[in-house]
Design a protein around this ligand. Structure first.
Ligand SMILES: *Cc1c(COP(=O)(O)O)cnc(C)c1O
Length: 223
């Protein structure tokens, strides 16, 4: 077996240092290794090094990539997070294959997920995606609508989101967006924050991220 890849070990070490520097407990921050658009040759050594949690942004691409790992998935040795926009008509596959869906952002999708939870008896962990930068091209509920949406997810659809997720605008400092996400989570009683990518995960940890979604810094540039 090959040695654990250096870039992966470096990200793991940087997460540990940032967690400690923020005065937080070791292990407080989960690395979601974003394997979208990566060749298997880049992923296999990271999996072999013990990484269990991977992030994917497309349902079909994820199923194709991980179909040979059904036993590992079933045993909990592999945990897939869906971090890309989800069409309601893919809710069935998303609920069947993902342990965590991070992109709940509208009522139609809440209804579709609730229906699948009922039918399949599987209950993936859910995050509400917030469009903190209010960018028209970006998915996510607007900050002003977040409280009402979270309340509806709970009361109308029987869903219990465990946290919030955001992708700050690429051309702005991320800190204020992370702070806003943390504030919305706190006032809604949500404990988990999925925020921070290759360029800003240490900042996100300072602002309270409980998971960071890191792709290129772990695997190299995407093809
Ligand atoms: C691609 C992607 C990431 C990872 O981005 P990197 O800059 O490669 O770390 C994180 N979050 C989401 C939602 C993504 O689509």
């Amino acid at each position: 077996m090959s040695a654990a890849p250096e870039a992966y070990l470096d990200v793991v070490a940087r997460i540990a240092r940032a967690t400690q520097a923020a005065g937080r407990a070791p292990g407080d921050v989960t690395l979601v290794a974003v394997s979208k658009q990566q060749p298997w040759d880049a992923i296999a050594p990271v999996l072999a090094a013990g990484q269990k949690v991977f992030g994917e942004n497309r349902v079909q691409e994820a199923l194709a990539r991980w179909e040979g790992k059904a036993a590992l998935l079933a045993s909990g040795g592999l945990i897939l997070h869906l971090i890309g926009p989800l069409q309601s008509n893919k809710a069935r596959e998303a609920v069947a294959h993902f342990a965590v869906i991070e992109t709940l952002d509208r009522e139609k999708l809440a209804r579709a997920l609730a229906d699948e939870v009922q039918k399949q008896g599987r209950r993936p962990r859910l995050y509400v995606q917030v469009n903190t930068g209010e960018e028209p091209q970006k998915a996510g509920i607007l900050p002003a609508d977040a409280d009402a949406f979270i309340a509806a997810a709970r009361a109308t659809y029987g869903l219990e989101p465990e946290g919030l997720m955001c992708i700050p605008p690429a051309d702005e400092p991320a800190g204020p967006h992370f702070a806003l996400l943390a504030k919305i989570a706190a006032r809604n009683g949500l404990k988990k924050l999925s925020m921070g990518m290759s360029g800003d995960f240490e900042t996100a940890i300072r602002f309270g991220a409980t998971s960071v979604r890191v792709g290129s810094a772990v695997f190299g540039a995407r093809g």
